[in-house]
Design a protein around this ligand. Structure first.
Ligand SMILES: Nc1ncnc2c1ncn2[C@@H]1O[C@H](COP(=O)(O)OP(=O)(O)OP(=O)(O)O)[C@@H](O)[C@H]1O
Ligand SMILES: [Mg+2]
Length: 213
């Protein structure tokens, strides 16, 4: 077993991944744990540049779906080598807001690329950085989008490129996540993210407590 623990949050848009990742970080810190929060795509200078290309079309041209796969993988590979693995080796608990399963769910199930191919690309990108636990914050697409629209109105934000995908795309993503959770039941934990934030937080804390050193 590694010295630290690697915890990832996954799930469709608006499930509360960022909200809960931050709450978990706060709880872990209160408990005196050494923790690190990071997000995907991003988390490194290279990754943040890639994030701008992916989410806001910074390069000024449409990104083909194949290139999108490798941009996510490149961001992830850099994050793993420069941030995640060194932190885990030091005994830090790493909490990542989205990780490799997002590629399988969005590019595999969502866009329709072969799932096994996405898994192979992920395996190359992440090496030994396989999460100890993956919290799947599962929420019906309609509820997730209601939340996101409320957040965007509050912050005067526009929908990003992936959020603008059709409803059917997001339905496939959610179903894909549920399939992944069945395929790796020892790693995945599905959390009912329709609950109130405090209830989701409690459920997450109980699950995470079980894998802490
Ligand atoms: N359990 C909840 N019940 C109601 N609203 C919530 C809940 N959790 C989060 N929210 C609100 O829903 C919005 C989306 O939450 P958040 O940004 O954490 O989701 P996310 O899964 O990170 O979304 P994205 O996929 O866009 O990154 C926020 O405005 C947040 O305050
Ligand atoms: Mg988020």
């Amino acid at each position: 077993m590694r010295a630290g623990r690697f915890i990832t949050f996954e799930g469709p848009e608006g499930g509360g991944k960022t909200t809960q990742a931050k709450r978990l970080i706060a709880r872990l810190r209160e408990a005196g744990r050494d923790v690190l929060y990071t997000r995907e795509p991003g988390g490194t200078p290279t990754g943040e540049a890639i994030r701008d290309i992916l989410q806001h079309n910074k390069a000024g041209e449409p990104i083909c779906d194949e290139a999108e796969v490798f941009l996510f993988a490149a961001s992830r590979a850099q994050l793993v080598r420069t941030v995640i693995l060194p932190a885990l080796a030091r005994g830090t608990i790493v909490v990542c807001d989205r990780f490799a399963d997002s590629t399988t769910a969005y590019q595999g199930y969502g866009r329709g690329f072969p799932v096994e191919q996405m898994l192979a690309i992920n395996a190359f990108a992440v090496g030994e950085a396989v999460p100890d636990i993956t919290l799947l914050l599962d929420v019906p697409i309609a509820i997730g989008f209601e939340r996101i629209h409320a957040r965007q109105q509050e912050l005067f934000q526009d929908a990003d490129r992936i959020e603008r995908e059709a409803r059917a795309f997001h339905d496939r993503v959610r179903a894909g996540y549920l399939e992944l959770a069945q395929r790796w039941p020892e790693r995945f934990r599905r959390v009912d993210a329709t609950q109130a934030p405090d209830d989701v937080e409690r459920a997450v804390w109980e699950l995470v407590s079980g894998v802490l050193p």
